[in-house]
Design a protein around this ligand. Structure first.
Ligand SMILES: CCCCCC/C=C/C(=O)SCCNC(=O)CCNC(=O)[C@H](O)C(C)(C)COP(=O)(O)OP(=O)(O)OC[C@H]1O[C@@H](n2cnc3c(N)ncnc32)[C@H](O)[C@@H]1OP(=O)(O)O
Length: 390
């Protein structure tokens, strides 16, 4: 189901983005709190023997620039200057990501590339930290009692590909048995996630459409089941706009913190689709049927404040202090007795589990039918031919 539209790097780009990324110049002023980690990460990068690929190198470049210089501040290169354009795009995609977060993300990304760095983790390295082929679109780190699962495809607004669904299922299974107390989802760049990668369905030969829809429905069900069954407190740190399945899943999270620049959008009707992630059950419970219908049927986009007023979000923070406040709080929560956290979650959620699994099964079956509908196919084609955007 991988999209035919996926951009492939040309050989000249491969040559120019030579590894390691040593030609970058560091601004001393940016090195404050994470100076040592950042410096270590730069050194680790030089020691890597395996080329991590251009996509990762672009991410490293962008994070480095953001960490040292802040948001992209140079003129957009021309379309023909495609190497500098790719670098500029990667940097620009980070939007207003704070320097401090960029430094941390840089350190996390380098850490995910280097097996030896996992020993710096303060908890038992989870199986999810073992590098999976192609797993750089999901970065899993464990530190301070927190397993962090980060959508890491900022140039595509963190849209979720088929392989990312599988990696997340794997990461959740590993996190359920690692030594961390809580598990946190967040996004890299300006978006939390734009939801399902719409090109997952656009490269399917006509005679495989039904089989593809069936496989996607099975994968969706398994994916959502992994959230329903997750035994530890599950926290969403919503750093920016959230669309589709990453919004519906929030009903299965225990705590949701949002930046005030986040938005929450479930445009299922517009896409010829229908709700998933158990939202057809959790949303009416959380916000009442009338408010849930406005989101799930009519696709009303909510601000973070509105989502908080409706009970979907726990608390909203100003963007300027969001990362600092949220991570400080989560680090404190992660020091609470682990078994107690788990048992309290079990008490809150266990009565619902059977119902949630049934809802998930039903929603996945209904969606399988929707994906085969003309309404849905037209919507997907409109997106890939850029006739439609939210
Ligand atoms: C196993 C299967 C399970 C399926 C479960 C069912 C799930 C359903 C859903 O999640 S429904 C929600 C689907 N998402 C969308 O409809 C969002 C589509 N994207 C957009 O409308 C816009 O891209 C945007 C509003 C999110 C952002 O707009 P803008 O700021 O103008 O950025 P760009 O559009 O230029 O985006 C940059 C870059 O990212 C690509 N991209 C963004 N979102 C997606 C996506 N969901 N799927 C695929 N690609 C996406 C976009 O095409 C651009 O790529 P390019 O630079 O052109 O190569």
């Amino acid at each position: 189901m991988a999209g035919r539209l996926t951009r492939r790097w040309s050989p000249s780009l491969l040559q120019v983005l030579r590894f390691p990324v040593v030609q970058l110049h560091m601004s001393r002023t940016a090195m404050r709190a994470s100076e040592k980690d950042f410096e270590n990460a730069r050194n680790q990068l030089k020691l890597l023997t395996k080329d991590p690929g251009n996509e990762v190198k672009l991410k490293l470049y962008a994070l480095y620039k953001q960490a040292t210089e802040g948001p992209c501040n140079t003129p957009k290169p021309s379309m023909l200057d495609f190497i500098n354009k790719a670098k500029w795009d990667a940097w620009n995609a980070l939007g207003s990501l704070p320097k401090e977060t960029a430094r941390q993300n840089y350190v996390d990304l380098v850490s995910s590339l280097s097996p030896s760095s996992e020993s710096s983790s303060q908890v038992k390295p989870a199986a999810a930290n073992e590098k999976q082929p192609g797993s750089e679109n999901i970065i899993v780190t464990s530190q301070d009692g927190i397993t962090k699962i980060m959508f890491n495809r900022p140039t595509k607004k963190n849209a979720i590909t088929t392989s990312m669904y599988k990696e997340i299922i794997h990461a959740l299974k590993a996190a359920s048995t690692d030594n961390s107390a809580i598990t946190v989802f967040t996004g890299n760049g300006d978006y939390y996630s734009s939801g399902n990668d719409l090109t997952n369905f656009t490269d399917v030969p006509p005679n495989s459409i039904e089989e593809t829809a069936k496989n996607a429905s099975i994968l969706l069900r398994e994916f959502v089941d992994a959230f329903i069954d997750f035994p530890k407190p599950l926290v969403a740190v919503i750093n920016g706009p959230a669309v589709g399945i990453v919004v519906t899943l929030l009903g299965l999270f225990d705590v949701v913190y949002a930046s005030d620049k986040a938005t929450f959008h479930t445009p299922f009707s517009e896409l010829g689709q229908s709700p998933e992630g158990c939202a057809s059950y959790t949303f009416p419970k959380i916000m009442g049927p009338a408010k849930a219908a406005e989101m799930l049927i009519f696709g009303k986009k909510l601000t973070a404040g509105e989502a908080c007023a409706r009970g979907l979000v726990t608390e909203v923070f100003p963007e300027s202090t969001f990362q600092k406040e949220v991570w400080t709080r989560l680090k404190a929560y992660a020091k609470l007795p682990t078994n107690s956290l788990r048992i309290s979650k079990e008490l809150i959620r266990s009565n619902e589990k059977e119902k949630l699994h049934a809802v998930n099964a039903e929603e996945s079956t209904v969606l399988q039918g929707r994906w085969l509908s003309e309404e849905c196919m037209n919507a997907l084609m409109n997106f890939v031919s850029r006739k439609s955007k939210l």
